[in-house]
Design a protein around this ligand. Structure first.
Ligand code: FHN
Length: 575
């Protein structure tokens, strides 16, 4: 196979090869290899944000001192009595959804504990609460963590625990958040003792498989404390996975890798969007509705959005952690249970292309995602995508089958190291058609060629405020979460993509943001001259068009008319 990796992308990937585990502050502590492999094999999990705040239907933690006065929020537990809580029902819901792990917010930023911790928080510089601030102090009293960890075990779901570093209830945690209490005498070391003791309880009493930290972004939490906590946790249980929010290396919500100098943790955690393809383990966490905790009549994602988000995440080599917010009576909303069942129905049929796979070997595109396992590659073709040309020789393919039904042809473009899959009219699917390719060799060691992105560089005649984060290369970085943007009222502009080597180009996939483009043309640089191959009008969120193939060294999108500053999240070229 041709070396299709490109300098730009190779450098980007190399920079993400980072210290995992304890990071540079604890270089002797590497991520537990079996634990992280097991985590990556799970691919799909349930996130649960729950606590007494469900009584108010506002956001957990964040509504304390905002929509709900601090005193009222901190006393909600006295009325928290989720009589319909049924751990077995929750675990069954996760299992029927096709989920392999479950992460429960055992303590969110509001400090309330969903297990009968023995630790009593400090409520002033000199005074400890008489009793722990936990489920034991509610009318319900039962140990949610115990019941849920046992139900998970019964149903073969890995029980995992979210724990917030930030604790706005505990006097020793600063900074305060919409909370007028003084900070004099707040003692961070004393808080860390409290936190270590609680994490030790979660490990010892509930055998958590993974600690999902959060709330690390405050400056009172330091890289040194993160590395120390990572070391402490691994001393409690070596076969443990810990996310990168235990340290300080995370680069915002973007899941853009991490800063090795201040990093600790075993995987990256992009939030509320699909992370970019990454060799390192990562997981997107996302809400099924809009709020993390339960909110009456919140807007819920469609089955298509839910299933495609799972596919897109797995195609990028990530896990998908999907969040539900149970109601104050202890039930997960029936409509959310139904939506998860719809995901489970799809996964029951095509889970072979999900579980135990890794992303790639082809870079994610708007409509085509690939996963791989052993000597198989699974090509997911979304939104009724009809054809895709892959940068691999057909000679590598031993057999193929359309898992989702219908017919397909697998052709090699004469004299080229490429293979085109064309689905019959009976095979395209709105959510995803899945084509399984069985190779003559392992799919897992398709090293340099696995990135199917030709762009060496991209430039544009206009970039929004000339800001790097909106530069032309964001349209060819394979990350749907980034975009090339232009200044307001820009009605004409040009984006030019230079290929690293001459390519045979026969189709284009474009994903436009906002949909403002009204007239455009696509040119290819053929034998030193621009040749127009498409004259278009609207583009939209997922545009694909084929044209007679040309051998080209560059492509140019000339936007002739736009209603306002155009923006593209991705533009990909295929053979
Ligand atoms: O502030 C929290 C938020 O409430 C929620 O728990 C998410 C889930 O990852 N994490 C933080 C926001 O990044």
């Amino acid at each position: 196979m041709k070396k299709l990796i490109y300098p730009l992308l190779a450098a980007a990937i190399a920079s993400l090869t980072v210290y995992a585990g304890g990071g540079k502050l604890a270089p002797d502590l590497k991520t537990h290899p079996e634990a992280i492999e097991e985590f990556q094999d799970w691919r799909f999990g349930m996130f649960i944000h729950w606590g007494p705040v469900a009584l108010k239907g506002t956001e957990i933690g964040w509504s304390r001192g905002r929509q709900i006065p601090v005193k009222e929020y901190d006393n909600l537990y006295k009325n928290f009595n989720p009589e319909k809580f049924d751990a077995d029902a929750w675990a069954r819901t996760a299992k029927e959804a096709g989920m392999k792990y479950l992460v429960l917010t055992t303590k969110h930023h509001d400090g309330f504990c969903l297990w009968p911790t023995q630790q009593r928080p400090w409520i002033s510089a000199t005074e400890q609460r008489e009793t722990p601030y936990s489920i034991a102090g509610t009318p319900f009293k039962r140990d949610i963590c115990k019941e849920l960890s046992e139900a998970c075990k019964k149903h073969g779901i890995a029980f995992c625990t979210y724990y917030s570093v930030a604790d706005w209830y505990h006097y020793d945690w600063t900074p305060r958040y919409h909370d007028k209490r003084p900070t004099e005498g707040a003692d961070m070391d004393r808080y860390v003792e409290y936190m270590n003791a609680q994490c030790a309880e979660l490990i010892k009493n509930y055998d958590t498989k993974l600690l999902w930290f959060d709330g690390e972004w405050f400056n009172t939490w330091t890289p040194e404390r993160g590395a120390k906590l990572y070391r402490f946790l691994r001393s409690q249980k070596d076969h443990l996975v810990i996310n990168n929010r235990v340290g300080k290396g995370r680069k915002g919500m973007g899941g853009k890798g991490w800063d090795p100098a201040v990093h600790s943790g075993d995987y990256d955690t992009p939030e509320q969007h699909i992370g970019a393809y990454n060799e390192n383990p990562w997981e997107t966490c996302m809400t099924i509705c809009r709020q993390w905790a339960w909110k009456p009549n919140d807007k819920m994602k469609s089955a298509k959005q839910c299933i495609q988000s799972l596919i897109r995440t797995n195609g990028g080599n990530g896990n998908f952690l999907f969040n539900v917010g149970p109601m104050p009576d202890g039930r997960i909303e029936p409509r959310q249970v139904e939506r998860l069942k719809e995901m489970g129905t799809w996964i029951k049929q095509y889970g072979e292309s999900i579980y135990g796979t890794r992303g790639g070997p082809f870079l994610p595109s708007n409509q085509v995602l690939s996963t791989r396992k052993g000597n198989k590659i699974f090509i997911h073709m979304l939104d009724n995508c009809k054809s895709v040309t892959l940068p691999m020789s057909k000679s590598l393919i031993k057999t193929s089958k359309v898992m989702t039904g219908g017919s397909a042809t697998i052709d090699s473009v004469r004299g080229r190291d490429t293979t085109t899959i064309t689905l019959g009219g009976d095979a395209t699917r709105e959510i995803a058609a899945v084509v399984e390719l069985t190779l003559t060799r392992s799919a897992m060691d398709l090293e340099p060629e696995k990135f199917f992105s030709w762009a060496k560089s991209a430039k544009a005649s206009n970039v929004y405020k000339n800001e790097a984060q909106y530069a032309a290369d964001k349209a060819v970085d394979g990350d749907p979460a980034t975009r090339w943007a232009t200044d307001e009222k820009t009605s004409e502009t040009t984006l030019t993509v230079e290929f690293s080597t001459e390519q045979h180009v026969a189709n284009v996939h474009i994903s436009e943001v906002y949909q403002r483009i009204e007239q455009w043309e696509l040119d290819l640089m053929v034998n030193g001259a621009w040749k127009t191959v498409i004259q278009g009008t609207k583009i939209g969120a997922t545009f694909t068009q084929s044209f007679p193939g040309q051998n080209a060294t560059a492509a140019r999108l000339r936007i002739i008319k736009a209603s306002d500053g155009p923006s593209l999240s991705e533009i990909h070229f295929g053979q």
